[in-house]
Design a protein around this ligand. Structure first.
Ligand code: FPP
Length: 254
């Protein structure tokens, strides 16, 4: 573990080593601030998204080195369709560009790719890139890299309710068998543990329809850093804050 930390931070800033239980199992990130990062440099918004891809690459390396089990990244929300067509087209090409370049490294790092979101409305080329990565990495046993793509939490919950009520109407599911655990299995994140830590960049302090069910007991960490400037040291700062939190899940410390 110490080795991983040394690679992430300049020597002087090296923190104490983390114990395994101090590392969040599942980290979710709202990668915000790409547009403002670009505007500050007089660049088009798409340049910010491109730079954001670099930050994603760095974060995957850092998270995998730290032994995080699941990294969920908010790549495109169901609300992002409202953006100018040119920006939407650019964002839809990014998973393809990223996965084509980085799949060999993801394989080398034993990373498994998944997607949480609606397939409806996504261009065929985007889906093909993601599906190829999912297929190629399906037997990898390292970190799960979960792309929240065309994702909206309320739509996810409504979709789950629709699936459940259909099964009930068909007599295939007894309403008494629906509990929090079984309900989770109808969400896009089925099979994944709930996030322990949510990181949002760029100074915005809100959830923006991201993992509303799953974040019920997550620790939240916000930073003013724009996503393209996000580095391993910021991930470490978030984990450092996380390990100091007292997670009581509504109970009390005895
Ligand atoms: C929010 O910033 C960011 C997005 C909507 C896109 C996220 C995409 C990336 C980080 C690129 C990497 C993704 C993949 C799939 C390889 P914003 O545009 O809302 O920023 P602003 O609030 O400053 O305008």
């Amino acid at each position: 573990m110490l080795f991983a930390l040394r690679r992430l931070l300049p020597k002087k800033k090296l923190p104490k080593t983390f114990h395994r239980h101090e590392i969040p199992r599942h980290v979710a990130i709202i990668m915000d601030g790409n547009g403002r990062w670009a505007a500050e440099r007089g660049l088009p918004r798409t340049a910010g998204h491109y730079a954001g891809m670099g930050a994603l690459r760095r974060t995957i390396r850092a998270a995998s080195d730290l032994g995080i089990d699941v990294l969920t990244v908010f790549a495109f929300s169901t609300e992002n369709w409202k953006r100018p067509q040119e920006e939407v087209d650019f964002l839809m090409r990014l998973p393809q560009e990223f996965l084509e370049t980085d799949l060999p490294e993801l394989m080398e790092k034993n990373v498994q790719v998944r997607m949480s979101g609606s397939r409806e409305g996504l261009p065929v080329h985007t889906l093909q890139a993601v599906d190829t990565a999912i297929k190629k990495t399906k037997n990898n046993t390292g970190m799960i890299l979960n792309f929240a793509l065309n994702y909206g939490s309320r739509a996810e919950i409504v979709t789950a309710v629709r699936k459940i009520t259909t099964l009930v109407a068909e007599g295939k599911l007894d309403p008494h068998d629906i509990d929090e655990k079984s309900f989770s299995q109808y969400l896009y994140t089925a099979g994944l543990p709930d996030p322990d830590l949510l990181i949002r960049c760029s100074g915005e302090i809100r959830l923006s329809n991201f993992l509303l069910w799953q974040l019920a007991y997550a620790e939240l960490w916000f930073t003013d850093v724009y996503w393209p400037d996000f580095k391993g040291e910021h991930l470490l700062a978030a984990i450092e804050a996380f390990r100091k939190r007292d997670r009581r899940y509504g109970g009390i410390k005895l």
